[in-house]
Design a protein around this ligand. Structure first.
Ligand code: BTN
Length: 269
């Protein structure tokens, strides 16, 4: 990948300026800084390698050179988006990747709430939406997406908290990263237009992994909640059916299938 080939691949899409970096700490940091310095909506940062890529809950995200896609979109929320919470933007990334892999690469994808994209139950991509504020003014909103393309992008098994797979392994053939980039960027633009809609929520819910199964949701400083995964409420929170017949909604947390795999760490790379 290089600046020119990326610009050519993304030509024609209604994106902002594009910045390619051979190596960076985290594309999310580069994009946060760029947005704070005045970059316009849908500015894009792409890196070949991240030396301190991060995932949710402070976990490290593995991005070795030549093997993965690390993309961050800088967003300036429009009027219809200002009331939306950060998880809705996380869902935008997950839905865009899931749809892209399904429609462009014929992969059966699902979304492990809130932010993982799975192929046949294995994590192929993760999404990290982050924001920065100055007082109550939003200065930057970033949608960071990491996708395992070549097998080398999947961390060693002892560093995985959840089974992971590379797109090339799932497809059984090499995949040009620029094809994936173009397809995902197209879907980000498409779904963003509908981000506040019922259609968006329905599409997100339709892709939920483990629906109907018993799951356990763990969040820092909170008691784990176990129940049957019913779906999403209007805000995109998870609806769980408890064994006593009650229904609860869960806004944050990591989802585990029961019985719980207690391992933690990077769930992909
Ligand atoms: C997760 O699964 O916990 C989320 C992983 C998000 C990784 C992407 S790679 C591009 C962007 N830059 C980062 O440092 N993280 C995100």
């Amino acid at each position: 990948m290089d600046q020119v080939s990326i610009e050519n691949a993304l030509a024609g899409l209604p994106l902002g300026p594009i910045r390619y970096l051979d190596r960076v700490g985290s594309t999310n940091d580069a994009a946060l800084d760029w947005m704070e310095a005045g970059a316009p909506d849908l500015a894009v940062v792409i890196a070949d390698e991240q030396t301190s890529g991060r995932g949710r809950s402070g976990r490290a995200w593995f991005t070795p050179p030549g093997a993965a896609l690390a993309i961050s979109f800088g967003l300036i929320p429009g009027r219809s988006e200002t009331g939306l919470s950060l998880p809705r933007f996380t869902a935008l990334g997950a839905l865009a990747v899931a749809d892209s892999l399904q429609t462009h690469f014929q992969q059966k994808t699902s979304i492990k709430w809130p932010n993982d994209v799975l192929i046949e139950g294995k994590k192929v991509a993760g999404v990290l939406a982050e924001s920065r504020w100055a007082g109550n003014r939003l200065t930057a909103l970033i949608l960071g997406i990491g996708i395992n393309i070549a097998p080398a992008s999947v961390p060693p098994a002892d560093r995985l908290g959840f089974p992971a797979v590379a797109l090339e392994t799932a497809l059984g053939r090499p995949v040009p990263r620029l094809d994936v980039l173009k397809s995902v960027a197209t879907q980000v633009v498409r779904w963003r237009r509908k981000i506040a809609s019922q259609e968006f929520l329905a599409a997100w819910e339709a892709r939920l992994a483990f629906r109907g199964q018993r799951v356990r949701v763990e969040a820092e400083d909170q008691q784990p909640v176990e129940g049957q995964l019913l779906g999403l409420n209007a805000e995109g929170a998870l609806r769980l059916g408890l064994s006593d017949g009650r229904e609860v909604t869960v806004r944050v947390g990591d989802l585990h299938l029961r019985p719980v795999d207690s391992a933690s760490g990077s769930a992909g790379g």
